[in-house]
Design a protein around this ligand. Structure first.
Ligand code: SF4
Ligand code: SF4
Ligand code: FES
Length: 259
């Protein structure tokens, strides 16, 4: 146990001599960490175990909202810990959970109108249009604009504009009017998905095909393949273009159910 920890310390020391190190402050305590690390990896390098505030590590789950500041600046800056590389003298603190207002509702019973959003989140009208939310968003979403659309009752517009939201909460943390933009955004997307978007006929067909076991033959064939072959056909697969025609079909129809 002690040998193992001695050798870990030795390895850490050796790597520190070859890497450029920068000082950062994690919750007020100074640590020297490699300059190439993200904030998330720097926390772990400094010995912290991330139990909350860490999920996908790839900028998708929104769990790692973080605030930081530099000593020569009054500005509080924000970012995702898994996407933001450390800089010298960052003062860092994570926000693994923010006690945001979250309305409870049954989406089946709601009308896809502005009145629904206004009733569940009346504070939406407190928005002063400062744009801090937009400047804080690590996904480069025009947050203020989707809030404006929700205020105007444009459910489809708010849903579309908030689509890339990862629910990190950094807009809410900075909002002077205490809006919970991301919960308003997801409400509009749920309203759109449940009540406005056209039902996808091909999805119903695909579910029916699954029920009738029409994919079983293809799945059996795939299960017999070795891992390298699977990787090869996965990499070479045709993917449906994002804005392709309704009737798009792949050139290779081996796995296509046509009847
Ligand atoms: S930060 Fe808050 S008050 Fe400012 S524009 Fe965004 S929602 Fe409105
Ligand atoms: S809209 Fe808000 S919660 Fe969503 S990704 Fe941007 S900052 Fe995060
Ligand atoms: S850990 Fe998921 S976005 Fe950072």
């Amino acid at each position: 146990m002690s040998n193992n920890s001695d050798s870990k310390k030795k390895n850490k020391k050796q790597s520190e001599t070859t890497l450029e190190m920068v000082p950062i402050f994690i919750m007020g305590k100074k640590h020297d960490v490699p300059a190439t690390l993200t904030i998330q990896k720097a926390f772990e390098y400094a010995g912290y175990q991330l139990v909350r505030g860490c999920g996908c590590r790839g900028g998708i789950c929104g769990a790692c909202g973080t605030v930081y500041r530099f000593p020569d600046s009054y500005r509080i800056e924000v970012g995702l810990a898994c996407q933001t590389v450390v800089k010298p003298n960052m003062y860092i603190s994570q926000i693994p959970f923010f006690p945001a207002n979250k309305a409870v509702y049954d989406i089946e019973e709601l009308e896809p109108t502005g009145s629904t959003v206004w009733a569940l989140y009346p504070e939406i009208f407190k928005c002063v249009g400062c744009g801090t939310c937009t400047r804080s968003c690590p996904m480069d979403i025009d947050v203020m604009e989707y809030i404006s659309r929700a205020i105007r009752g444009d459910i489809a517009g708010a849903a579309e504009l908030s689509f890339d939201c990862v629910m990190c909460g950094l807009c809410t943390v900075r909002c002077p009017s205490e809006e919970v933009q991301y919960n308003i955004g997801i409400l509009t997307r749920r309203l759109y998905g449940r009540h406005i978007a056209k039902r996808a006929k091909h999805l119903e067909d695909a579910v029916e095909n699954v029920k009738q076991k029409k994919f079983d033959k293809g799945v059996k064939k795939l299960k017999k393949m070795d891992i390298d072959k699977l990787k090869e056909i996965y990499s070479a697969r045709e993917t449906e273009p994002q804005f392709g025609p309704e009737e798009w079909e792949p050139e290779n129809k081996d796995y296509l159910i046509t009847e």
